[in-house]
Design a protein around this ligand. Structure first.
Ligand code: SF4
Length: 292
């Protein structure tokens, strides 16, 4: 059997993937908005246990083309451990096309380019990276643990190793006052990285997080759907990327958009301008559908 401990999180695009918990929890676990791994202490799982799960999956699941290594930042595990895990996956699943992982900026800082290159050669070719914001003040408020320059530096290590990046920006993370600055600086950081995939989430206070406590004390300035559309318009308009896919399909978004950049950039910005001009006609997701 595949052993899943605690709540399992994965990116929307990994819905069809085999999910293995290579590590449990998040080794950083301090971001103010993140409730995902609060209940777990970080640890690397035993390779022998993972080998048993892979053997079970080989026997019971048939063809496996994609694998996602959970939990929050499995890239932080030792490169030798990850290489052994990838060897086992490649031996078990001849049709395996891609292995992916969440990569915190802290885990990208500890892995060398050479290690990432070796792991990519064995199939670990996509990292999901929560940039959240390109604004230093917002990053500091979120306790992300890095500033914008460090975020760009570590992300580009992955590119140097030939790994694709799927990045997330947290709309509304700067509140009303920093909305424009957050949008512009986030676009600048994304431009400096040039990721293959760019997506947005909407900052949503979740119980059990410092952000929730701040909201309960009246300290969170949450943006309305129209204000979020303005922020997203500013962000998209300022992007200068080539060959990136944009998506706002995470459940926390009020508007599910998708396009290839730069081809669809003008249309996406135009659509948002229509939403801002005529919010009554916009198809915002109702609150009961949204989630984080
Ligand atoms: S690095 Fe990622 S998983 Fe860890 S606390 Fe921050 S947002 Fe959550």
């Amino acid at each position: 059997m595949i052993h899943h401990e605690g709540t399992l999180y994965r990116p929307p695009s990994e819905a069809q993937s085999l999910i293995l918990q290579a590590t449990l929890g998040c080794s950083y676990n301090l971001c103010t908005f993140c409730a995902m791994y609060r209940e777990k202490s970080f640890r690397v799982r035993r390779l022998e246990d993972l080998k048993s799960e892979i053997a079970w999956a080989k026997k019971n699941l048939g063809t496996v083309r994609k694998v996602f290594l959970a939990d929050g930042d499995a890239l932080v595990a030792k490169a030798r451990f990850l290489e052994s895990l990838l060897d086992e996956l490649n031996a078990a699943f001849p049709e395996l096309r891609r292995v992916s992982v969440y990569a915190s900026p802290q885990s990208l800082a500890v892995r060398t380019v050479e290690e990432m290159r070796r792991l990519a050669a064995k199939g670990l070719t996509l990292y999901y990276l929560g940039i959240e914001s390109g604004d230093d003040q917002v990053l500091s408020d979120l306790e992300k643990g890095v500033d914008a320059a460090e975020m760009v530096r570590v992300a580009n290590k992955a590119h140097e190793a030939g790994v694709k990046l799927s990045t997330m920006i947290l709309l509304g993370a700067g509140g009303r006052e920093a909305s424009l600055r957050h949008a512009r600086h986030s676009a600048d950081v994304v431009n400096a990285i040039g990721p293959r995939f760019i997506s947005t989430l909407v900052m949503t206070p979740v119980e059990g997080t410092p952000l929730w406590d701040k909201q309960q004390a009246g300290g969170v300035d949450e943006l309305s759907p129209v204000e979020l559309a303005c922020e997203l318009r500013e962000f998209l308009d300022r992007l200068r990327v080539k060959g990136s896919v944009f998506r706002s399909n995470h459940a926390s978004n009020y508007l599910a958009l998708k396009g290839n950049l730069p081809k669809d950039q003008e249309a996406l910005v135009g659509y948002l301008e229509g939403v801002i001009a005529r919010p009554g006609e916009a198809h915002f997701a109702p609150e009961w559908i949204r989630g984080l």
